[in-house]
Write a new protein. Sequence first.
Length: 143
Amino acid sequence: MNVVDSSAWLEYFADGPNAEYFAGAVEGTESLVVPTLSLYEVFKRILQQRTEADALQATAVMQQGTVADLTAGLALDAARLSVGSGLPLADAVMLATARAHRATFWTQDSHFEGMAGVEFRPAEPRTAGRAAGARSPRRRPTG
């Protein structure tokens, strides 16, 4: 199972330098868990930078995985994780979701470097002309 952090989703959709690193986790929809908070963050960021149609297209791709709602139990787990690690709210929710699903957490957010169960790749500088939503989202064939 895989949970992809919002930073990694945005890198993938922007076809950034680390897009291929995250592609396997993003495109493996049968083992992909998508926190609702990630849908919010990705939709908001692409809406700020591009169009609502682009933002809706990106979140439609994300929803090909299993969407994980923020339940009361998960919220409490995230709060415990935040207190113990110092992670901000959104980061704690993402990691708690991954742990609840026994999933690998994929990110380029340096808060997670060295944490168990995390696949971390440092963000690389973007080249000129790249913006969130630039990648035409790939869809895996069904069947």
